[in-house]
Design a protein around this ligand. Sequence first.
Ligand SMILES: [Zn+2]
Length: 250
Amino acid sequence: MRLYDISLYRLPWVWLQLLAAGSLLVSAGCGVPTYDAEPFKVHIVVLIPSSNLDSGISEESLEREVDILNKYFVAESGTPTPRFELNDVVFYEDLKGTSCGDLLTLATATAPYNGTAWETAIDGCMDEKARSPRAINFYIVDSWSEDRGFENANSHGRFNSGRPYVLLDWERLGHNIQSPGEHEMGHAFGLDHVCVEGAKRDSDTNIMASASCGLGSGGLRNIGFNDEQVTIIWQHAEKIRENLEPASNL
Ligand SMILES: [Zn+2]
């Protein structure tokens, strides 16, 4: 039997078949992203004084934002997407005397959103209460605009070269108004907007749909990420993981 085995592997067609099988495995490996099962930590920081907040906002209600992410940050096909877990909840009052005062100034300013200023303030912040180096930082803000004042509810998410963060307007907590958490987290994982021509406010649309193209509403954003988006998410997830400090550095 042993002799037969050896002679079998001497046959050229056997090697050809093995080589073909090997190349199939390699090509499949190239297109398939690595599914990282370890959840990403989410560090929630409320940048609004408690006295200005609706009384319904509590540590428990903020913790639910992580459940919302795990429920809705999903792929249409059911392909796995990154999971999330709470790091900590920090309130405005907890940041008294912080070295990251620029963040508090930006958060309470009656000035239009300035993305560069936010990025600079977040990147320069070394107070771990205000910016965790081990987590995706998720800031609750009260966004302001010229025409709507603090009624404005714009929110933002940035990949920020692998140190992602989200700015979520408090009026959108609890999955309110166009699936805000998963949409902004999509940006944080490197996704751009999707234009859905002719979409109305109540149309079923992809999580990343937006009215910014001028051809339709962002819609309900209730359709999970498509295969292309999932691939982009996992590519960015890998870079984010490389940049996050491990918990063991505590
Ligand atoms: Zn967006």
